[in-house]
Design a protein around this ligand. Structure first.
Ligand code: MN
Ligand code: MN
Length: 481
């Protein structure tokens, strides 16, 4: 909200100061109602997709329900794509690209919202099972940037797949149903923690000590060694038909077993695991699904894997999946593929890199510079640049592009704010923005602010979540108007 000041003749007519107010002060009754609906749908999505694979599958389910068809059908057939057609393409069951073909040729560029669906977690090693102290444990290797001390002594659920050499895939979900058992990583009791207490927070819990207790009951079999471990293998074999060597080709992830839910006595927030970045992923996906009619420019939503470990790998944003799929779109929307058309389509695109940012936390005010920090429920957060130190590694959006985004958001009644990730020289972080900027397209970061980012349970404001949805919808629907 802007406030007029009294100085100067023209100043009277114009708002000349910028004030970042709480979003509830300007939230319309209609938006208030829609916010509660989106909030509930988002909580369902967050609970249904606790891994990148599950978020992908839930995304495909929502897309297919909304009339999106698998692009593979078109790639194999002779039918072309026409304006208004809704398609999606999957990459290895983890990364997803959803598209609505626009009125303009692809050459004019696309409107892209790109988020990621992987989240920090604890992965099971390839040869994980061992017995010690009359317990069976699974050895782990954490994924992404975690504060290790946060992941001990909390209920954990095991999600993932075993894949047999013949290709048979066995899906595992243990710890989500209220009748399921959960797993847990132990920590030292305070009585014996004198040495541990002298260590720093980073060193107090070591990576190799994040092994998860998996069982404690031996099989009753004479002459059998490691009876507790054997009992776990027996249970796994009986339930899933897997043997110890099947861990070699498995992807099993430990995630917090708790469900996402409303938080605060006023229910103004959402507490849940994996909101970085499934909150922006859902807001983007929902915006594309809700887009009515035929957009001017081809609208794209990307839900990527592997962002938390540098976007590498076949399913990460650094792979050619997006470019290859764009080539297919060029081919299917024109008389034939041309590399020049593809390059123009990419270079003329506009993108919102939809990732979370840190919210100002009054308990740790010292790490932030308040007037350039995002505040809870002050709206979706636009971040011109990230990076570390002297903006190192930052994509730093052009002022001209930021101005376009301002206009689109303001016109659509989006409540938004700006926010940097902490004080200068305090740390830093990055998103997939720079990987898309390589094509010469205009990219800016814009997403929901979080408290306790990367913790087992992250906190987000409902107003911010809803405003991300509204912002992405305006960006995709209104194109560049
Ligand atoms: Mn993120
Ligand atoms: Mn992250």
């Amino acid at each position: 909200m802007k406030t007029a000041t009294k100085t100067g003749k023209n100043a009277k007519k114009h708002d000349i100061t910028y004030v970042n107010n709480n979003g509830y002060e300007k939230l319309s009754p209609a938006d208030d109602k829609a916010m509660e609906i989106i909030g509930k749908l988002y909580i369902n999505f967050l609970g249904a997709g606790k891994t990148e694979r599950e978020a992908h599958d839930e995304g495909v389910r929502l897309l297919e329900t909304a009339g999106f068809r698998d692009l593979l059908q078109f790639e194999k057939g002779s039918a072309k794509l026409a304006p208004g057609d809704r398609v999606y393409k999957s990459c290895a069951g983890k990364t997803l690209m959803a598209v609505i073909i626009g009125k303009k040729p692809l050459e004019a560029g696309m409107q892209i919202v790109g988020a990621h669906t992987d989240a920090p977690r604890i992965d099971i090693k390839q040869n994980p099972l061992y017995e010690a102290g009359d317990m069976a444990l699974l050895d782990t290797h954490y994924y992404g940037g975690i504060k290790k001390y946060q992941w001990v002594t909390i209920p954990l659920a095991l999600h993932g797949v075993f894949v047999k050499p013949d290709g048979k895939k066995i899906t595992v979900t243990i710890g989500e149903d209220p009748s399921d058992p959960v797993l847990c990583i132990t920590d030292l009791l305070p009585h014996l923690a004198a040495d541990q207490n002298k260590k720093t927070l980073a060193e107090g819990i070591e990576g190799e000590n994040l092994d998860v207790v998996t069982g404690s009951r031996p099989v009753s079999e004479k002459g059998r060694k490691e009876k507790i471990k054997h009992n776990i293998l027996r249970l796994l074999y009986e339930k899933y038909g897997v043997t110890e060597s099947d861990f070699l080709s498995a992807e099993l992830e430990l995630v917090p077993a708790d469900k996402p839910r409303e938080a605060g006595l006023d229910r103004s927030m959402v507490l849940g695991y994996g909101q970085d970045d499934r909150v922006c992923a859902y807001a983007g996906l929902k915006a594309l699904i809700d887009l009515k009619g035929v957009p001017e420019y081809t609208s794209v939503v990307l839900l990527c894997d592997k962002e938390e470990i540098g976007s590498v790998g076949a399913t990460g944003m650094a792979s050619n999946f997006f470019e290859n799929t764009s080539a297919e779109l060029v081919n299917l929307t024109s008389d034939g593929y041309s590399e020049l058309t593809l390059k123009r389509a990419l270079g003329n695109s506009w993108m919102i890199s939809a990732d979370v940012n840190a919210l100002f936390d009054p308990l740790y005010a010292g790490v932030s510079e308040k007037k350039n920090s995002a505040l809870l429920n002050h709206g979706v957060c636009l971040t011109k640049y990230g990076g570390a130190r002297g903006k190192s590694g930052s994509s730093d959006a052009n002022a001209e592009f930021v101005a376009q985004i301002r206009r689109i958001f303001d016109k659509a009644g989006v409540i938004w704010q700006t926010g940097e990730l902490g004080k200068v020289d305090q740390g830093g972080g990055g998103t997939i923005a720079w990987l898309m900027a390589r094509y010469g397209m205009q990219v800016v970061d814009c997403g929901v602010g979080l408290l306790s980012m990367h913790a087992p349970m992250e906190l987000a404001g409902k107003l911010d979540i809803y405003m991300a949805y509204k912002a992405y919808l305006a960006f995709l629907r209104d194109g560049r108007k």
